[in-house]
Design a binder for this molecule. Sequence first.
Ligand SMILES: Cc1cc2nc3c(=O)[nH]c(=O)nc-3n(C[C@H](O)[C@H](O)[C@H](O)COP(=O)(O)OP(=O)(O)OC[C@H]3O[C@@H](n4cnc5c(N)ncnc54)[C@H](O)[C@@H]3O)c2cc1C
Length: 393
Amino acid sequence: MRLEFSAEDEAFRAEVREFVRTHLSPRLKRKAELGLRLERADYVEWYTHLYERGWITPSWPKEAGGPGWTPLQRYIFDEETLTGGAPRIIASGINMLGPVLNAFGTPEQKARYLPGIRRSETWWAQGFTEPGAGSDLASVRTTAVLDGDHFVVNGHKVWTSYAHWCEMMFALVRTDPHAKPQEGISFLLIDMKSPGVELRPIRMLEGGTDLNEVYLDNVRVPVGNLVGELNKGWSYGKYLLGHERTGIAGIGSCKQQLARAKALGKQQGLAGDPLFEARVSRFEIELMALEFTGLRMLSANQQSRVPAVEASMLKVRGTELRQAIYALLADIAGPEGIAFDQAALLDQAGHEPPSPEELIAVAANYFDARKLSIYGGTNEVQRNLISRAFFNA
Ligand SMILES: Cc1cc2nc3c(=O)[nH]c(=O)nc-3n(C[C@H](O)[C@H](O)[C@H](O)COP(=O)(O)OP(=O)(O)OC[C@H]3O[C@@H](n4cnc5c(N)ncnc54)[C@H](O)[C@@H]3O)c2cc1C
């Protein structure tokens, strides 16, 4: 079965593919092939090409610098960039804060913050989750108390991705402790260099430190950094999460990793092995079903974004599939993939690891993929949303 796209969409696909081929450096492409972790400078290298081409902010309105793509073109862009080996757009300023500021920010906030986001000069952390306020985000306890022309912020955020790379953080804070949980929350922009902001890295399962705790101790934030209305932050946060979840199915990433698994299987002598081939075929079928579902939703809804419950369905299936493909990669690597810390593979004399280069990151990638069913709203919570929509329909 083959998917049919319009001639216009096929031309767009060819344009994106050619752009990736001619602009992505072999160094970055190789990192993607090997599943190696990327640094901020790696992302900025690729984002600068996208910025210059006018493609860095696919989810922004055209008048704010977005490319004016249809949802289907955004889908094609994601697929072609990822399967071509380019880094994903992970910057929260681009994916999350930008749409919120475009919709609810003051002219001063837009003028001050949006250009730095588009040029990848200013990186933003998402300061929503706290100990005791993850799935139940309305329980945020970080407080912001008005003191003259500043808020004074006290609290503790956790699981804050890439905060150590970020100059700024957008945060949900409690500004009315007496209101109902969802009604006393505001949306604040906090300078990470302010006195009283302290970061503590969280060591992850695969050894990385992309995540952080952020402690806020009497941090003074100008009132001009309040987004929208006081105590209305919950609705801006929900608007933002809708943007976060769309695209989180990662169909492009599934394709990228399945292609990697096939190449690795061949390299490890598994081509023609009936069990291996059957497993790959099953994933191909499941991926095709997921892709058809995603496209069906997009075509029913060409002009607007994927609605929330469908986004939840895609998130659950897409992340489960990605985790299963990473498990396949780990199985292909077998014992050679066990020592995922490269240094552990060096012998006493410091010789090169005996495993092929292609296997070095496989175990780390497997462990790292555990997060897929947690962030952006856990899969259990997504299932609740799906069942509620089903029974209320
Ligand atoms: C890699 C990674 C990056 C992240 N980046 C950020 C970030 O940049 N900024 C940010 O603010 N947050 C971030 N998060 C936090 C993420 O949004 C939360 O981890 C997530 O919302 C779950 O919250 P929690 O960790 O507090 O778990 P909890 O909400 O305590 O959940 C614990 C368990 O209980 C289950 N559970 C909870 N409620 C229900 C329910 N009603 N029904 C059924 N099961 C339920 C959950 O599914 C889970 O299995 C990140 C998380 C990860 C793993």
